[in-house]
Unconditional design. Sequence first.
Length: 151
Amino acid sequence: MRAVIQRVKEASVSVEGKVVGAIGPGLLVFVGIEAADTEEDAAWLANKLPVLRVFEDADGRMNVALSETGGGILLISQFTLYGSLRKGTRPSFNRAAPPEFARAYFNNFHRAVETALGRPVPTGVFGAMMEIRAMNDGPVTLVMDTKQKEF
């Protein structure tokens, strides 16, 4: 799994002009899934998100976890995170999981994130054309990869 995580003041996702998910302060998380992903990958990332210390403490240092702020998480599935531009200029998505695998995996991951956070987590609509609006905070943007944890 690969995730791009943005600290936001607010974020929302719309499908066909209708808002289907929104949060106030928290994390906007774009998630890419590859066919080689396992339950362990999902558990590792789901448990990591609520405890990421990317919010400022009283001294202005990033030292406070999302779980301490009461902030939300907005999850967006995004297969393009596995796009490769190694050859040419048109991305190849060979490493992205097939839709039928990715949909079930994303749904399981979503439930794991809700469990780890302890409250509902809004999402976009898997496979739909989505419009994402975000007011980044910082900006703070991190990339996590369950196969390259040092990334």
